[in-house]
Design a binder for this molecule. Structure first.
Ligand code: SF4
Length: 555
């Protein structure tokens, strides 16, 4: 019996109702660890790069990891992997909490959905029992209203049912947010996946794991995580504004005159009602605020930026209400904000910077009238309207809240990101905000480290707690699995594998870049192109950005 994982995944055909257990070779688990790495391998193996993401044959992978279910802080996470309906390339989104723990207890390292159910359905997995049951009563409901007593559920909202290309999947109040995983599940006519089980994995060194968990928990209370505990990820709004890196009004500006109104300080003084954590987390970065209508809203920096400055909105109440609405409808807030910012500048309907957006969000989720086009995301909408220069995206994914005109390491991370503009897979902004400054080797190293953390999986907010993540992370993995694994090499393999997926899905060199608006001044097109070439060389890819012959795990 392997330690730390089960050694197989369950492939569920929601059309036929059958399920097949598929072994995962030991060398794959050693090479890619779990989480995003394992999920990408399974997605490739199941033909994910070969099918339209909204076709029945496209796989949707829920991948767990060796650390899930252990007492190690922040380890209750899972990856959702598929081809993205927004970008057409690989999408790996991470979510947290009880669904991860219960999902792994079903006895599999991943659950894979394929096919299209004949009617809107709930898929129930309880160890060897798999059921696809019609669930018409769930139609139109928020994900939070799709729970099932005794089970943990990941579900889509109305936007996922209507195949909005940036629809989310949600569980336990958390979201696999970016890239449209919710639309992939909606295309399968699956509203909810409910899991339960009692199959715990054996640990290689149970006492060692408990001791390491105790040590890591006590270190997680230290200064490296104080910002997240005290103010949350919204802590930096005023600092970003001063540094001119707070994208404003569709990236026309890098600072926002209304920043003080929507700052962490203002929100905490006026609207904060509490703090929460994911399951098995000792940090608790989730700060909860009260919207004017009474809803309790979990607010992250990216949501605040995308529904505030990016849209020219300085009204805290409007931002909180819009955030609550995105959660209820099941919309990714960054892509919703980026698409609305495009629409405001392009003059779609009566949208204008600084105006309210809630009716537009409702109409997008329902695909009503002109908002049907906005449900396609900013890239497709801008092409149809003949205004591609106004869409701020990379590979079709709307750009997060870090202005690449000033943050050049982040600019490179966005430009080459395999799932499009993405601060969570690159993390290169940490160079821009440090004394180190831009260094292409470090951009690659941070991306590899991030891929390793997302494969273990541990929360990235722990990164400052590890003086030497490669060594300490590998030791945690050894205590759980008994295997000595070079985590940075695994992270590099995961990045290579993502690129191979994209090449198979039709990636071309011109996909790596930034919108024209974000070039100029200190970041010219020539400079960005030189940075991209240096990145390819540092990854040992050729000048066209293609990985060599050597393949990770024979995919
Ligand atoms: S630090 Fe925040 S995101 Fe990370 S596991 Fe804890 S509560 Fe969840």
């Amino acid at each position: 019996m392997p330690k730390g994982d089960h050694g197989s995944y369950l492939r569920i055909d929601v059309e036929e109702g059958g399920a097949t257990e598929v072994p995962i070779p030991q060398e794959v688990r050693d090479a890619l660890v779990g989480g995003v790495g394992l999920g990408t391998w399974i997605c490739l193996r199941e033909g994910g790069a070969d099918h339209d993401p909204l076709s029945p044959r496209a796989p949707l992978v829920f991948a767990f990891s060796p650390l899930v279910g252990t007492p190690l802080t922040t380890s209750a996470k899972f990856a959702v992997v598929s081809r993205s309906p927004l970008t057409g390339f690989l999408n790996d989104a991470i979510s947290s909490s009880h669904f991860a723990i219960e999902g792994k207890r079903t006895g599999y390292d991943a659950l894979v959905l394929v096919g299209r159910a004949p009617a809107l359905s709930r898929v129930v997995v309880e160890e060897e029992r798999v059921e696809v049951r019609a669930a018409p009563e769930l139609a139109g409901r928020a994900a939070s209203e799709c729970g099932m007593a005794g089970f943990r559920t990941s579900a889509i909202g109305p936007a996922g049912e209507r195949l909005v290309r940036y629809a989310t999947l949600s569980n336990d109040g958390r979201h696999a947010g970016r890239g449209g995983a919710g639309a992939v599940m909606g295309a399968k006519n699956v509203k909810a996946l409910s899991v339960r089980g009692s199959r715990r994995v054996e640990l290689f060194d149970p006492r060692g794991v408990v001791a390491a968990a105790r040590d890591l928990s006590s270190r997680s209370f230290g200064p490296a995580t104080a910002k997240y505990r005290e103010l949350g990820t919204i802590a930096n709004v005023l600092a970003f504004n001063r540094l001119n890196v707070l994208p404003t009004r569709n990236f026309r500006d890098g600072s926002f005159e209304g920043a003080p109104e929507i700052s962490a300080e203002a929100l905490h003084a006026m609207d904060r009602i509490g703090r929460e954590s994911c399951a098995a987390c000792t940090i608790g970065c989730e700060h909860i605020f009260r919207a004017p209508g009474g809803a309790a809203v979990r607010l992250e920096y990216e949501t605040l930026f995308a529904l505030g400055p990016l849209l020219g909105i300085a009204d805290r109440g409007e931002v909180l209400e819009a955030a609550a609405l995105c959660d209820r409808l099941g919309l990714d807030t960054i892509s919703a904000g980026g698409t609305l910012a495009f629409a405001m500048e392009a003059g779609v309907g009566d949208l204008r910077f600084g105006g309210g957006v809630r009716p537009a969000l409702e109409a997008i989720a329902a695909r009503q009238g002109p908002f049907d086009l906005l449900a396609e995301g900013s890239r497709r909408a801008s092409q149809v309207l003949g205004r591609p220069e106004l869409a701020m995206h990379v590979k079709g994914m709307e750009i997060p809240g870090y202005d690449p005109r000033t943050l050049h390491a982040m600019a490179l991370g966005f430009a080459v990101g395999t799932r499009g503009a993405d601060h969570n897979r690159s993390g290169a902004y940490e160079l821009d905000f440090s004394a180190e400054g831009f260094d292409v080797g470090r951009v690659v190293e941070i991306e590899d480290r991030t891929a390793a953390m997302d494969s273990l999986i541990l929360c990235k907010f722990l990164r400052g707690v590890f003086p030497d993540f490669a060594r300490e992370g590998a030791e945690l993995l050894r205590l759980v699995t008994g295997r000595d694994i070079d985590l940075m090499a695994a992270g590099r393999r995961v990045c290579d594998l993502r690129k191979r997926f994209n090449v198979k899905a039709g990636w071309r060199r011109e996909e790596d870049g930034l919108p024209e608006r974000l070039l100029g001044g200190g970041l010219s097109r020539a400079r960005l192109d030189a940075m991209i070439c240096a990145y390819y060389r540092a990854r040992k890819w050729n000048d066209a950005g293609l990985p060599g012959e050597e393949d990770a795990c024979g995919t």
